[in-house]
Design a protein around this ligand. Structure first.
Ligand code: URA
Length: 224
């Protein structure tokens, strides 16, 4: 129970930190207690277990299973999508449906293999009928993403679609205004682009997405 409490407290503080909140009174005693406690070095496996049992929002009632994420950990490169769709919900893996096929082609175009990057979604359970996740669902799930980022330690994130971009950058501007440039989140470079499902419906946006991909490629080449 104590372990869980410390884990929750730590993830909450990290979540605030990721949001840019730096005004929480961080007494040195509390900080050192949280940082140094040898009992609670969280692993990705711990986090995934917690996500699979999660009931923080109503989506647990309609999911087949939670889709946590996959890929190497740590990984310099992370991809963040919106939420699992039907195939992902059934298979338990992110981006395995039609959008996933296009995503693999997008990665191949910048000489990346799916197996080389960590892929996840902001929301870990499928919204019924693939509707856009609601605010409470996003808020319930966002701390998991913050914890994944801390564990995976990416240097660059490709944010796929408006939901992922908004959740990461907490900006209200439309994706069309946020894409095309590099943003920064606590030292991590974030490149927003269109979601592959959007590109399947709107092929004319592929040209802009290609510009974003080339930008992302140039960033990760510098990281190497
Ligand atoms: N769309 C997403 O945003 N994520 C997936 O995993 C699949 C489709």
């Amino acid at each position: 129970m104590m372990r869980n409490f410390i884990r929750l407290l730590r993830s909450y503080l990290e979540y605030l930190e990721l949001l840019g909140v730096d005004a929480v009174p961080a007494y040195p005693e509390i900080k050192s207690f949280l940082d140094l406690d040898p009992l609670v070095p969280e692993t990705l496996a711990d986090l995934e277990k917690e996500v699979r049992r999660c009931r923080r929002c109503g989506l647990h009632r309609t999911r087949t299973q939670a889709v946590t994420g996959e890929g190497p950990c740590p990984s310099k490169i992370m991809l963040v999508g919106e939420a699992p769709g039907r195939e992902e919900d059934l298979e338990g893996r992110p981006f395995v449906g039609a959008a996933g096929k296009l995503l693999e082609k997008m990665l191949a175009a910048i000489r990346l293999k799916r197996s080389e990057v960590y892929i996840t979604n902001v929301v870990k359970c499928r919204p019924p009928g693939n509707r856009t996740p609601e605010r409470e669902e996003l808020e319930a799930c966002r701390p998991y993403l913050a914890r994944q980022i801390r564990l995976v330690k990416p240097k660059a994130i490709l944010a796929l679609g408006a939901v992922a971009v908004k959740s990461l950058l907490l900006k209200e501007e439309p994706l069309s205004r946020l894409r095309g440039r590099v943003h920064e989140l606590e030292g991590i470079l974030v490149v927003p682009t269109y979601h592959p499902a959007y590109l399947l419906r709107n092929p004319s946006a592929k040209r802009a997405a290609w510009e974003d991909l080339k930008l992302f490629q140039s960033l990760i080449q510098e990281l190497a």
